[in-house]
Design a binder for this molecule. Structure first.
Ligand code: CP
Ligand code: NVA
Length: 311
């Protein structure tokens, strides 16, 4: 089965088998990277356009290194320095980039922009984060869970902003693959109802248990993976004060909360972290349980897997 030419907007458009193929490729490419492979020619002569409306450390570097290591040439364009900033239509931009490059990685403010790019491009478009979804992160995260905990049914607890892009994408990815997921969040920061509906529908097929609760201890109970993200995602800075009042102290991931997790739990965070807010230093720096550094390295291996299969 070939995934060549496919776009990734939310991951809902991928079957569990197709997601498994991406994860298999990631295992293979990480092994090769570990064995010293830094250069292959499978994407020789291809151009990867990276159109970013928001800052990025991990996603940008991962895809730039990934593209170069596979023989492709990455071109980074901050959207603010393109004609998009002066009002050029996304549909026109999509057509123009399709004539010059072989793949687009886009990080955007509004998920509508991803949908427009996918609609008007004739080359694959990879969502590198929107306000609603972060699918390449969820693929990285599930790969990391399988790598560290084994490829089996796991319980994932997500604590904090249930409406965050990371939580949405994990809901979709976990429910497709049969992983259980419990989201603990305040009532006004629940996952979007349409995303939750998709996850529940996926779960009916895969056998996942998906739940949304308010009590973090109930979500963490027996969890193999405890995951959090910032309380104030990019684009929501104006809500900072209100969010801090609602999320703290109840939704902070600290050692006290983790007493309820499985004894061999791993802690995960997409990063960047706001230490002292959604997570304490002793949790993120815990050498026994924190998987955040291997998780961040895995963004590179997943970027290589995605580009090698789709571009
Ligand atoms: N996790 C993640 O997407 O990080 P960046 O914002 O640094 O790309
Ligand atoms: N939810 C965070 C993820 C950053 C990688 C944000 O959108 O800012």
């Amino acid at each position: 089965m070939s995934l060549k030419g496919r776009s990734i907007a939310t991951l809902q458009e991928f079957s569990p088998h197709e997601i498994d193929l991406v994860i298999d490729r990631c295992f293979e490419l990480k092994k090769r990277w570990r064995e010293g492979e830094r250069r292959s020619s499978i994407l020789e002569g291809k151009y990867v356009c990276m159109l970013f409306e928001k800052p990025s450390t991990r996603t940008r570097i991962a895809f730039e290194v990934a593209a170069s290591s596979l023989g492709a040439y990455p071109i980074y364009a901050s959207a603010s320095e393109t004609q998009l900033a002066r009002g050029e239509a996304i549909s026109d931009t999509a057509r123009v980039l399709s004539g010059m490059a072989d793949c687009i990685i886009a990080r955007v403010r509004s998920h509508r922009t991803i949908e427009e790019l996918v609609k008007y491009s004739t080359i694959p478009v990879i969502n590198g984060l929107s306000d609603l979804h972060h699918p390449t992160q969820a693929l990285t995260d599930v790969f990391t869970m399988f790598e560290v905990k084994g490829r089996r049914k796991l319980k994932v607890a997500f604590i904090g902003d249930g409406g965050a892009n990371t939580c949405h994408s994990l809901l979709i990815c976990c429910s497709k693959l049969g992983l259980d997921m419990a989201v603990a969040c305040p009532s006004e920061f629940k996952p979007k109802s349409d995303v939750l509906a998709l996850a529940l529908k996926n779960a009916e097929k895969s056998g996942s248990k998906i739940e949304v609760v308010e009590d973090p201890m109930a979500a963490v109970d027996g969890a193999d993976v405890v995951y959090t993200d910032v309380f104030v995602s990019m684009g929501f800075e104006g809500e900072r004060e209100r969010r801090m009042r609602v999320f703290l102290p109840k939704y902070q991931v600290n050692k006290r909360l983790l007493e309820h997790a499985s004894s061999d739990y791993i802690f995960m965070h997409c990063l960047p972290a706001h230490r002292g807010e959604e997570v304490t230093d002793d949790v993120i720096d815990d050498p026994e349980h924190s998987a955040v550094w291997v998780q961040s390295e895995n963004k590179l291996h997943m970027a290589r897997a995605i580009l090698s299969l789709l571009a």
